[in-house]
Structures are given as C-alpha cells and as structure tokens.
Design a protein around this ligand. Structure first.
Ligand code: SAM
Length: 272
C-alpha cells in the first residue's frame, strides 16, 4: 500500500469513507514521512509493539513491516474500519476498538508473554499524562515508550531547570527511565494542522520494580505543590518532623517542587 503519511493519501482516505477529522478525538494525522520514520526507528526489528491511537495508520503501516506483532488501540470505530480494510492482508496486526484508558496494558503484555514490549503513541495531548502514568505503573514489562507531546510540555520534561508543572509523572519518569527527545514535529507535519508544535520523546525503561506505596507517597507530596511539604505530609498523616528534614538536608520550608526525584525517594525511604 502507498505511504499513508502523505497529505493526498490522507485526504483521499477521508473522502473515500466520507469522513472528517474528529476534534473530539484529537485527530490530527501525520503527513510527514520523516517524523514517521524517526518514530519507527526507535523500535527494534522483530519486536512486539502496542500502538495507541493509530488513526489512519501512518505509523501502523511501518510498524507492521518492522515488528513481529502489533496490537493497536483506537477509540474511533470509523478509523478501525479503515484500518481493518487496509491491513486485511497483514497477519501480524490486531486492531482493537477501545478507549486505551480502559485497557489494562500490563495484563495485555503479560498475556502475550513477550519479554520486551514497545509502546508507540500519537494521542490527543490531554490524555498523554494519564497514559504515561498508567505505563509507569506497569513499566516492569515495557522496554521503551515513544510518545508525541506538545512541544512545550516535552521540552519541560527534559529540562533540568524548568520545574513548572513538575508532577508525579516526572518523578516516575526520572526514577524509572532514561528519556530524551527523538525529533520535533511542527504543526505542518499534521493534517489538519493543530495550533501547536510537537516533539516526540522516548522513555527507555530501567530495570526496576514498581512500588505502589511509593507512587502513593509521591501523589501525596504533590497534593499541594506550592505549600510547605512538611505541613502537607503532616496533614496526610505521615510521621515527619523538622528533625527528619534537617537530617536529610532539607530546609523545613521546602516545597515539593524544589526537590529532585531522588530527594523524594530518599524521604520516602527514611519514613518507611
Ligand atoms: N497515529 C495517527 C497518526 O499519527 O496519524 C493518528 C494520530 S491522532 C493525533 C490521535 C488518534 O488517537 C486518533 O485516531 C484518535 O481517534 C485516537 N484516540 C483518541 N483518544 C483515544 C483513546 N482514548 N483511546 C484510543 N485512541 C484514541
């Protein structure tokens, strides 16, 4: 089949099925083959991939050729019909019509039994943080995540100084993965063009065990990020004290946004 990441092909496909890109599902289709190739090159040959939000199949098409199995979750039934028509002759792809937020990804990965799983996603940006949280909580089975993000959000993610919006997901990403920017994708890489530019990030998972109590602790720390952490934790019922903060080398007035992920982990360990 011809390359799907192309403005004429995207327009023709939408016309053929009498469809328009749906805003409610954040549908902006990739029409930039370089971005597609950059994303797909992050995935190892012959691997198992979960794709989230395949749309018309720009990424799916190349993943099918490269990987031994692709499972793709797409919320929009119209897209699912197009994908099933176009990839009907491909045996290594399964298109599942679901909202990924309702899917237990770790169960899907465990059922497959593959050792290394890659997750590739170009989703609406408002879902990305939830998705990353979900993945970090099941990341023992995931080797690498490649995800498109709004440019500013992605750049803040990789910045060591700009901690505005720093949150639970950043702490988990810091501790559980090595991350970096794969490529940029400006708004004209999509049809229809969104109002913002994007970047693609990779998260390479480190070997670790997901500690749900620690994740709960991080959530508690961030319940009020602008308040003094000592009182936030006291209010949450933790046995923290000025002495403990001093012993760990933190000011009594410190806020969570002033601490590094490793500091938060140190505090959790001291409280255990
Ligand atoms: N991957 C395609 C591409 O790069 O051209 C489409 C990207 S488009 C930005 C996002 C896709 O995610 C759309 O096809 C949309 O229908 C789908 N989507 C949106 N919300 C979703 C959800 N909660 N679960 C699964 N798919 C979703």
């Amino acid at each position: 089949m011809e390359n799907i990441a192309d403005i004429t092909v995207v327009r023709n496909l939408l016309n053929k099925y009498d469809l328009k890109a749906k805003k409610k599902y954040g549908q902006n289709f990739l029409i930039d083959e370089k971005v597609v190739n950059d994303i797909v090159s992050e995935v190892e040959n012959d691997s198992f991939v979960i794709e989230i939000g395949p749309g018309l199949g720009a990424l799916t098409q190349k993943l099918i050729d490269k990987c031994h199995k692709v499972i793709a979750y797409e919320i929009d039934e119209d897209m699912v019909n197009i994908l099933n028509d176009n990839f009907s002759d491909k045996k290594n792809v399964e298109i599942r019509n679901s909202d990924v937020r309702e899917v237990d990804l770790s169960e899907v990965i465990r059922e497959r039994g593959d050792k290394d799983c890659y997750i590739v996603s170009n989703l609406p940006y408002y879902i990305t943080t939830d998705l990353l949280n979900q993945i970090f909580m099941s990341s023992e089975e995931v080797r690498k995540v490649v995800v498109m993000m709004q440019k500013e959000v992605g750049q803040r993610f990789v910045s060591s100084t700009d901690k505005k919006d720093y949150n639970v997901v950043n702490v988990l990403a810091d501790l559980y993965s090595e991350y970096g920017i794969v490529c940029k994708a400006n708004r004209h890489s999509f049809f229809p063009a969104p109002n913002v530019d994007s970047v693609v990030l990779r998260f390479e998972m480190k070997e670790h065990e997901v500690d749900h109590e620690f994740i709960e602790f991080v959530r508690d720390c961030f319940t009020n990020r602008r308040k003094v952490l000592l009182s936030v934790l006291k209010q949450k019922g933790y046995e923290v004290s000025e002495e403990l903060f001093n012993k760990l080398g933190f000011k009594e007035s410190v806020r969570v946004e002033e601490l590094s992920s490793k500091d938060i982990l140190r505090m959790y360990e001291a409280l255990k």
